[in-house]
Design a protein around this ligand. Sequence first.
Ligand code: PLP
Length: 397
Amino acid sequence: MVSSNASIKALTEQYCLGTYPERDIALVRGRGAYVWDADGKRYLDCLCGIGVNNLGHCHPAVVEAVQKQAETLMHVSNVYLIEPQAQLARLLCENTFATKVFFANSGAEVIEGALKLARKYARKKGYAHRFGFISLLHSFHGRTYGAVTATGQEKYHKDFEPMLPGFCYVPLNDLEAARAAVKEDTCAILVEPIQGEGGIRIAEDAYLQGLRELCDKRDLLLIFDEVQCGNGRTGKLYAYMHSGVVPDVMVTAKGLGGGVPIGALLVGPKCEAVFEPGNHATTFGGNPLATAAGVAAVRALLEEGLIERAEELGKRMLERLRAIQQQVKGVREVRGRGLMIGVELDRPALPIIGEMMRRGFLIGRAGENVLRFLPPLVIEWDDLDALLHHLQEVLLS
Ligand code: PLP
């Protein structure tokens, strides 16, 4: 039987748990900035698997690394040393603030690792009573219990309460609120330098600087979540590099593996000896296949001029979107950095996304009213130009 969108939809609805909203197209092939559905229709992919395919689909260096590693050794577990894991850790340490790295398989998983590490840091420093976290309203950190509790959006908590104890939420870019939230039991502050799912909201440099000073003063850990904004997307390898504010701990995932699932917990010198053998582990994390893909992906980001490209294309795209904002009613705000861009509307984003998909352009949503653009860093300007042309038409109609 030849697969089609309809046949894959029927199979999915029969056998997969209904955790995702209804979907009508099955993407079956990708190359660069393009993907094709099972009925043969082509789309320009400006969502990138929600910020995963920063290198575009099937980047040749990642494909080659995965093919080679798959023929050599796919998995062994962390009972043994793993060469590509050590190589990827070195690559990340040489290009960031970090001195040590732990690998897992997803964003939520490395958030869990960061939360555990922060509590252990406090214990080791003799703050036996410190277990609390401050995170931000509109944040998103994942769906496991620690990560979803850290997520400052009630809709993700609903029906799963009670959440974990010890979390409180403060508004983004309000330093006073963060200061007031620090209590005797606080051990860390968790922030996305650019909030993704919560609406593409940028943490101001002065805010991050203020949090850094607050954490230093109270001996709290400053944790950055760069699961979505990391890996070249914003025009720097990691978004914290725009502000110059260095975290104690950073987590990333999504684009790190060039399409292969991986997460990384990066720590600076202050935290490198916090975990001891037996404190934290994962079966799959850092396995040869995922980390070989990661090495190829990070090298490609660093060596192919893609980060600079994200910065330049992002500037042009923001300019054009701001021009569209002048011509179209109902565009409240255009914001972003590099190729991580949000357009806030005065109405639900879903109908616009649906019409853009019909026209062959995949874009996403961040909250109810925000269109989310996460195009691949390899995209051509002509393709972005076409996207913006159609977007303007759809917004005007
Ligand atoms: N943190 C941020 C900023 C994210 O955007 C996401 C996912 O969208 C996560 C954490 C969770 O990552 P994952 O879905 O890989 O568990």
